[in-house]
Ligand binder design. Structure first.
Ligand SMILES: *Cc1c(COP(=O)(O)O)cnc(C)c1O
Length: 358
């Protein structure tokens, strides 16, 4: 018995969890800080925790009303119709749903390199061929329409990440608009705004008023602190938004996630505290890390440290878990998530000791 040929599908490697690392090193999990997966260091909104507790007794039912309510709340937040909001299991789920809705066997897609690992994975699962456009370290990972158009020749999707993971660079709205204008009407620009809450730059939402070739990814995993619930959504052009019902897995998002998402949406204070601390941490790391860094619009900083894997391993021994960027094709770099004030300071002290060689 065999699966179909999956040899082109590279397994997704998540940042390691605290329990895993603690077990390996024989350390108390409470002594570790995890700044490797861009999670919210303050945890979920207390309102979301309460909503999950309240909803727990209802998990024997399908999440019909909760799904509808959350969709409506998000639609109101973005001033769109509910059909234009596709709830999905994480932002990753949206990538799959767009693949399902748009890709045919043999279609080509264009993804950033370095870039988020799930773009090529999702496209390949759905029979597409993956091509890439380079973001260069020498240019500060600049994202411009002309540079992407250099690699474009009719691909079905172009993935844009802004702020970009792992570099933190951003693509200006005018550049996204230019890219959409210059590409075929059957090329979808997927604007991944997983880190959208952390930047001052405007969302690409405005383009949905004028265009039908842009879809936007948002998630509750980062600023909203609900990564464990797997809750994300897409903002979709009105013209084909009704495709959702033809391609979704019934009740795409679970009951607890729907209730928690609703509660989290109404807790502005939690998101504000998160974003404010993130800005402080970004600045602090840029100033204090003894390494080259790049300006970041996300809740993380990319730093060039020589041998990223060795630095990550040494930091882990000191109880600080960060991400080495070998899997992004940047083995000389690490990515550090913005933590609380305390954990960010500890990470910087630990890393500076390692980088400084003492
Ligand atoms: C975290 C992330 C996502 C979405 O993650 P989910 O947990 O599936 O919502 C999407 N794109 C990028 C670039 C990310 O870093």
């Amino acid at each position: 018995m065999n699966t179909r040929d999956l040899s082109a599908n590279i397994p997704y490697r998540a940042g390691r969890g605290i329990e895993e690392v603690a077990r390996d090193l024989g350390l108390d999990p409470a002594a570790l800080i995890k700044l490797s997966s861009n999670e919210n260091p303050f945890g979920p909104s207390p309102n979301a925790i309460e909503a999950i507790e309240t909803a727990a007794k209802d998990v024997h039912t399908y999440p019909k009303a909760a799904h509808t309510d959350l969709t409506a709340a998000i639609a109101a937040e973005w001033d769109l119709s509910p059909e234009q909001v596709w709830l999905t299991p994480g932002g990753d789920g949206l990538l799959d749903y767009l693949s399902r809705a748009m890709l045919s066997e043999g279609d080509r897609v264009l993804a950033p390199d370095p870039g988020f690992a799930y773009y090529p994975m999702s496209a390949r699962y759905h029979g597409a061929v993956v091509e890439s456009y380079p973001l260069s370290k020498e240019d500060g990972f600049a994202q411009t329409a002309p540079a992407i158009l250099d690699q474009y020749d009719g691909q079905r999707f172009i993935y844009i990440t802004t702020p970009h993971n792992p570099s933190g660079s951003e693509m200006a709205l005018e550049e996204i608009e230019m890219l959409a204008a210059e590409t075929d009407s059957e090329t979808l620009i997927i604007v991944d705004e997983a880190y959208g809450e952390f930047t001052d730059a405007p969302s690409a939402r405005r383009l949905l008023d004028e265009r039908d070739d842009i879809a936007i990814l948002r998630t509750f995993s980062k600023a909203y602190g609900l990564a464990g619930l797997r809750l994300g959504y897409g903002l979709i052009p009105a013209e084909w938004a009704d495709a959702y019902e033809r391609i979704n897995t019934p009740f795409a998002v679970n009951l607890l996630a729907c209730h928690a998402g609703l509660a989290a949406l109404s807790d502005d204070a939690h998101v504000e505290k998160t974003v404010e601390t993130t800005r402080w941490a970004r600045e602090f790391m840029e100033e204090q890390l003894d390494a080259r860094t790049w300006p970041s619009g996300g809740n993380f900083i990319l730093a060039e440290v020589g041998d990223g894997a060795a630095v990550a391993e040494a930091a882990q021994k000191e109880g600080v878990i960060i991400r080495d960027c070998g899997s992004f094709g940047l083995p000389e770099c690490i990515r550090i998530t913005c933590g609380t004030e305390e954990s960010t300071r500890r990470a910087v002290d630990t890393l500076n000791e390692i980088i400084g060689g003492d």
